[in-house]
Write a protein that binds this ligand. Structure first.
Ligand SMILES: C[S@@+](CC[C@H](N)C(=O)[O-])C[C@H]1O[C@@H](n2cnc3c(N)ncnc32)[C@H](O)[C@@H]1O
Length: 180
């Protein structure tokens, strides 16, 4: 899938993608700067899309660590499977609300999400955030990219601490919410 096909998939499904562009390199770097990948064993990404964040994670991951990427679009999954053939990367064509089904009780070091929470139904949001919180190990973080500061209220319902950073170097400018 070329860049234009990926963008077409993004625009054709605005109600589930919730974005007019993929994350910029600067935003990905900002998001991932909040995570310490050295020593992390299991990382989960929610909403893989074109793989822009996935690429940043794969570049930083220890060789013995595993990455699970949830994405509901079959086209995006097919494209990511080609981009990331590594044995320790698993592309899962399922909704993020089913995280627990794929963990076999294992704990997660980081959940890295670019899901469009403003567009997701309340019950599904609740499932995703509850399961993410339960899945995280004691020192784990849930890190979210979003375009609205108002979403902080949502994350505060599930996590005791939510720290926010911001970058103008994305279209649109974006927040990174670091939750634990
Ligand atoms: C804003 S795009 C982000 C894409 C890419 N990670 C980036 O940062 O540019 C959100 C992605 O989440 C996916 N998505 C939306 N709801 C989802 C869900 N419930 N479970 C898994 N993926 C979902 C969409 O298909 C889309 O690819």
């Amino acid at each position: 899938m070329g860049k234009s096909d990926l963008l077409l998939e993004l625009y054709s499904n605005l109600s589930t993608t919730g974005a007019l562009s993929f994350s910029s390199k600067a935003l990905v770097n900002k998001m991932l700067s909040h995570a310490e990948f050295k020593g992390a064993k299991l990382v989960v990404e929610l909403g893989g899309g074109d793989g822009s964040i996935t690429e940043g994670i794969v570049d930083r991951l220890d060789p013995d660590a595993e990455l699970l990427v949830f994405e509901i679009s079959k086209s995006f999954c097919d494209s990511m499977e080609k981009l990331f053939p590594q044995k320790n990367v698993r592309i899962i064509n399922d909704s993020a609300e089913n995280i627990a089904k794929y963990l076999d009780g294992r704990k997660v070091d980081y959940v890295l999400s670019s899901l469009p929470f403003s567009f997701i139904a309340q019950e599904v949001k609740n499932q995703i955030l509850t399961q993410s919180k339960v899945a995280l190990n004691q020192n784990g973080f849930f890190i979210q990219i979003c375009y609205s500061y108002m979403l902080k209220t949502l994350f505060k319902k599930y996590f005791d601490h939510v720290n926010t950073s911001f970058t103008l170097k994305n279209l649109p400018p974006a927040f990174v919410m670091v939750c634990r």
